[in-house]
Design a binder for this molecule. Sequence first.
Ligand SMILES: *[C@@H]1O[C@H](CO)[C@@H](O)[C@H](O)[C@H]1NC(C)=O
Ligand SMILES: *[C@@H]1O[C@H](CO)[C@@H](O)[C@H](O)[C@H]1NC(C)=O
Ligand SMILES: *[C@@H]1O[C@H](CO)[C@@H](O)[C@H](O)[C@H]1NC(C)=O
Ligand SMILES: *[C@@H]1O[C@H](CO)[C@@H](O)[C@H](O)[C@H]1NC(C)=O
Ligand SMILES: *[C@@H]1O[C@H](CO)[C@@H](O)[C@H](O)[C@H]1NC(C)=O
Ligand SMILES: *[C@@H]1O[C@H](CO)[C@@H](O)[C@H](O)[C@H]1NC(C)=O
Ligand SMILES: *[C@@H]1O[C@H](CO)[C@@H](O)[C@H](O)[C@H]1NC(C)=O
Ligand SMILES: *[C@@H]1O[C@H](CO)[C@@H](O)[C@H](O)[C@H]1NC(C)=O
Ligand SMILES: *[C@@H]1O[C@H](CO)[C@@H](O)[C@H](O)[C@H]1NC(C)=O
Length: 407
Amino acid sequence: MYTLPLSVALLAIALPALGGRSPSLVARASSCTLAAAGSGKDDAPAFLAAVKSCDTTIVPKGVTLNISSPLDMTGINNKHINIQGKISFNPDLGYWTGHAFYVPFQAQLAFWLLGGNHILLDGGGTLDGQGQAWYDAFASNSSLGRPIILTVSNASDVTVQNIAMVNAPEWFNLVNEAKGVVFDNVTLSAVSTSKNAAKNTDGWDIYRSDNVTIKNSNINNGDDCVSFKPNTTNVLVSNLQCNGSHGISVGSLGQYAGVYDIVENVLATDIKMSNAQNGARIKAWAGKGVGSGIVKNVTFTNFIESNVDNPIVIDQCYETSASDCSEYPSNTYIQDVWFDSISGTSSGKEKSVVGSLSCSPDGRCSDINANNLTLSPPSKYGAATYTCQNVNITGTSAGLFPACSTT
Ligand SMILES: *[C@@H]1O[C@H](CO)[C@@H](O)[C@H](O)[C@H]1NC(C)=O
Ligand SMILES: *[C@@H]1O[C@H](CO)[C@@H](O)[C@H](O)[C@H]1NC(C)=O
Ligand SMILES: *[C@@H]1O[C@H](CO)[C@@H](O)[C@H](O)[C@H]1NC(C)=O
Ligand SMILES: *[C@@H]1O[C@H](CO)[C@@H](O)[C@H](O)[C@H]1NC(C)=O
Ligand SMILES: *[C@@H]1O[C@H](CO)[C@@H](O)[C@H](O)[C@H]1NC(C)=O
Ligand SMILES: *[C@@H]1O[C@H](CO)[C@@H](O)[C@H](O)[C@H]1NC(C)=O
Ligand SMILES: *[C@@H]1O[C@H](CO)[C@@H](O)[C@H](O)[C@H]1NC(C)=O
Ligand SMILES: *[C@@H]1O[C@H](CO)[C@@H](O)[C@H](O)[C@H]1NC(C)=O
Ligand SMILES: *[C@@H]1O[C@H](CO)[C@@H](O)[C@H](O)[C@H]1NC(C)=O
């Protein structure tokens, strides 16, 4: 359907994608509407063909596409994928463990690679990972590879908005080697209906990517709400409600010998964090033979926490014994960090402790700030206590921390 001159086609797709207010131009871009092939059939080939050849691909309300082979949507440009219905990933575990895309980062598998330039994924519909069969199988096979629902990879200028994702087998979203990626009004929910938990269902992992925004979204899951992995820069995370998660988490960084990890310029603001293992967290490896890196300019602000085990955390001796950490301090330096206006309650798992900022010896943390912290533990544990190690804390809440112990 590429009968229009290129410049007109680009204009036609660019305006509705960015503004959505230009119906006369929408009509001039090619648009394809999909129907399901029918019971027992794989809809992936038709979905792929439509996205490759049409400017706009619509999955109408009431239509469920049965995806039973991988979706390679890399290298696509100026595309609008409008999902009003459902994309359902057929839970044939044996098939996917052999055929899902392999993602080198942490040896992950992926159902769907989305890459290229200027892509909009929206429509009010649902991406269904059909996780239950995966949660049950993983409970008896912890080496089972489980695919990520959406992997935005080798991409620029991608917007994912007004979409729900349910029951990811493992992570919901990976942003991998991408820049200019926005997630807005995305609802994530992983709930197991059996005794086997929906494990490792991270909301977002960001890796080797720059300029990523995640905002106005609701997450109910069983692992990190948002996690900043190596080489994540210029990220805004704003107005999220995270429930049941492991928090907004930098790292873990500096794990692999010879590899340098960077996380820089991160702002996480207006976060409601409930029933979680962590609130705002930074973790970096120490010990013999680990890697190195830098965490610089990270702000966690306006968090309201409820029933959180560890509301604020720096752990720069991650997975390392105290003696190893003093002999081999972390080579991942942590600088210019703000924990500002963090309120609410801990779970009491750490008794009265509501904040723990623990650095390696030898000044590996610097310019660590705490302002306006008003956290409290459950009343039976009395007044809140804060702990710290090997770090000078500045800011209006610095006095909450005792003179930090040194090792
Ligand atoms: C989805 O497609 C696969 C492979 O063609 C098939 O085995 C399965 O029954 C289909 N599922 C549905 C719900 O149609
Ligand atoms: C990344 O995408 C660009 C264009 O979209 C392509 O030219 C390049 O080969 C891709 N790189 C990788 C590593 O896939
Ligand atoms: C567990 O999963 C792995 C990876 O998918 C697979 O190779 C292995 O055969 C499975 N083990 C069992 C006991 O099913
Ligand atoms: C958010 O997305 C949902 C669909 O997932 C939609 O119903 C709702 O209207 C959207 N909200 C806004 C503010 O756009
Ligand atoms: C960041 O990404 C957004 C969305 O693609 C884009 O509008 C903006 O210009 C980018 N900012 C920079 C500094 O590249
Ligand atoms: C929030 O998470 C808790 C703990 O995982 C869970 O029991 C509860 O059902 C979740 N709430 C909602 C609204 O999903
Ligand atoms: C991160 O970026 C730095 C600087 O470009 C590079 O040296 C390093 O190898 C990258 N690390 C990873 C994990 O990609
Ligand atoms: C720190 O990060 C924030 C948020 O990404 C950014 O706006 C600000 O410019 C950064 N500051 C410096 C000095 O780079
Ligand atoms: C301190 O935090 C509370 C929320 O806990 C907020 O309402 C208030 O505006 C903050 N004050 C300052 C000075 O930032």
